[in-house]
Design a binder for this molecule. Structure first.
Ligand SMILES: [Zn+2]
Length: 215
């Protein structure tokens, strides 16, 4: 699902006095979110998924909430990029080399960063690439601390694009419109199918047969 608006515009949130974060329910994503304001060259927000229970907790016990999300709220190095981190308003929090978008970005558009794609509970950055203007979805950086260092869970479902950034191709995300799935999305790698050719695949959820044409 492509999300056009800036992060946070749909938050019917509570801004809490003296805090640089807020919580709220995002209508467009149908999720409860914690938004952290980051002061940078241009200020922007980091977006975290929280449960409804934690949203309620914030209303009744702010200190307990702050303790539970202290890594996220800390803005401390990689520590703040927990598994709850789903996206941000700046590409510096996305999983690529510094200024990666200037290397892969298409020259046919002024800004190659075109909105977000909310897929699998993550706000992927949509980058229009030089690769025939194909859209690459770059995951936000999630870095989970382990005994050996860091684990990057969102890299597991992505590939390394030209050693510049991680990503998945947007046209590999298929939508199932069956009665039970109602637009549910799944990933299908159709790279081996020749252009303009029809192909079939089963929806992994409802098992209905989908017929698509390779673009
Ligand atoms: Zn389905």
């Amino acid at each position: 699902m492509i999300v056009n608006s800036c992060l946070g515009t749909d938050i019917l949130g509570n801004k809490i006095d003296g805090k640089y974060w807020s919580v709220g329910y995002c209508k467009e994503l149908d999720r409860y979110l914690l938004l952290i304001y980051v002061a940078w060259i241009a200020s922007y927000e980091r977006c975290y998924l929280i449960s409804k229970q934690d949203y309620e907790l914030c209303k009744t016990d702010i200190e307990k909430f702050e303790d539970k999300y202290k890594s996220e709220i800390s803005q401390n190095g990689k520590i703040c990029f927990t598994k709850n981190f789903i996206g941000a308003g700046a590409l510096r929090d996305y999983d690529g080399a510094n200024k990666f978008q200037s290397v892969i970005g298409s020259t046919s558009v002024i800004n190659c960063f075109q909105h977000f794609n909310f897929y699998n509970d993550v706000l992927y950055a949509r980058i229009i690439t030089k690769d025939k203007d194909r859209v690459l979805l770059v995951p936000p950086l999630q870095a989970i601390q382990t005994e050996k260092g860091y684990d990057f869970p969102l890299r597991k479902t992505a590939f390394l694009y030209q050693d510049i950034c991680y990503g998945i191709w947007e046209d590999f995300i298929l939508k199932c419109n069956s009665e039970s799935c109602r637009g549910r999305e799944f990933y299908f790698d159709n790279s081996k199918i020749p252009p303009n050719e029809k192909y079939e695949t089963l929806c992994p959820y409802c098992k209905s047969l989908l017929i698509r044409k390779k673009i």
